[in-house]
Design a protein around this ligand. Structure first.
Ligand code: SAM
Length: 292
């Protein structure tokens, strides 16, 4: 049954503390809402990259008291659509995930096809498919993981709205969306939500997937989540800009810093920047003595 009050809720938390740059950013608020309503026991993500969506699921579970785990699978090498990247991506993600989510999150560095052997059949309540986006890739990811889905399973497909660079999620979505209860968000490159399991808790989703929403209600629901997503996107863009500025400043050689600082000091008559003097290395025994 449609309950617009629930469909137009504003989650109190809308984004994870770990906010790396990502095309998924605008779906953060919906991820929090979805986890709260589905209460999945096992979430699997195919395609983690910097980990935004993975952390959104994990954080929503943490904050909403949902006892479950989140397994992220990726080679952490990249692909033709996400781009190829270096070891620092997994290193940064691991450094954030462990202290924030402990054992709740497991990162599996392998191909999706290899991870199949490590996940029990019928165990996944929420599957997020976000690997390489050719039609053949998404079909393979979806069909090969079907046996792993629980009767309650919901599947998310990212990038249903992207038609460039030979993306084909839109094509698979067109083939399967009408076969099960489903809904598609158009913002943030498109996100398809599919109730694949025969016992998927669609009632908990307040009519989102039932197909009973009229055109005006669909537009309101899409507009609501797009608006929340845009707000999170703006925060993320600001954060990314700050991080880039900080990184640039760190790269500035001391000489340039001194010049800028002297210029600013001259303008405002305040003391200039002084390069920090490195403390000489002390023998371990000294440090021990200072501690005791
Ligand atoms: C679009 S990114 C994932 C974005 C992520 N969900 C987010 O929130 O930003 C796709 C990732 O899938 C990984 N990938 C693509 N095909 C893969 C495969 N067959 N096995 C493992 N990883 C794969 C790539 O390494 C890349 O990091």
């Amino acid at each position: 049954m449609v309950d617009l009050e629930i469909l137009l809720q504003r989650p109190t938390v809308t984004c994870p503390r770990w906010m790396p740059e990502t095309a998924w950013v605008e779906h953060g608020p919906f991820a929090f809402w979805l986890i709260e309503r589905l209460r999945p026991r096992t979430v699997v993500e195919l395609g983690v990259h910097r980990g935004y969506s993975l952390c959104a699921f994990a954080e929503a579970m943490e904050r909403r008291g949902v006892a479950g785990r989140v397994i992220g699978v990726d080679t952490w090498v990249g692909d033709e659509h996400a781009g190829f990247y270096g070891e620092e991506v997994l290193r940064d993600l691991s450094a954030h995930v462990r202290p924030l989510y402990g054992d709740r999150v497991e990162l599996k560095r392998m191909y999706f096809s290899e991870a199949l052997a490590e996940i029990a059949d019928g165990s996944i309540d929420l599957l997020h498919i976000d690997g390489r986006h050719h039609y053949e890739d998404v079909v393979a990811d979806f069909t090969s993981w079907l046996p792993k889905l629980s009767p309650r399973a919901v599947v998310l497909f990212h990038d249903t709205q992207v038609r460039e660079r030979d993306f084909g999620v839109w094509r698979l979505w067109g083939e399967i969306a009408a076969t099960r209860p489903s809904f598609e968000f158009l913002h943030g490159h498109g996100l398809g939500v599919l109730a694949q399991g025969p016992e998927a808790p669609v009632a908990a989703l307040a009519g989102l997937l039932d197909g009973d929403l009229d055109a005006a209600a669909v537009a309101r629901v899409r507009g609501h989540w797009a608006g929340l997503g845009a707000a999170v996107g703006a925060i993320a863009a600001r954060e990314a800009k700050r991080a880039r500025r900080r990184a640039k400043l760190r790269r500035l050689p001391g000489k340039a810093m001194r010049r800028i600082s002297a210029f600013v000091a001259g303008l405002f008559g305040v003391g200039g920047w002084t390069a920090p003097v490195a403390e000489p290395r002390r023998p371990a025994a000294w440090r021990q003595a200072e501690l005791s």
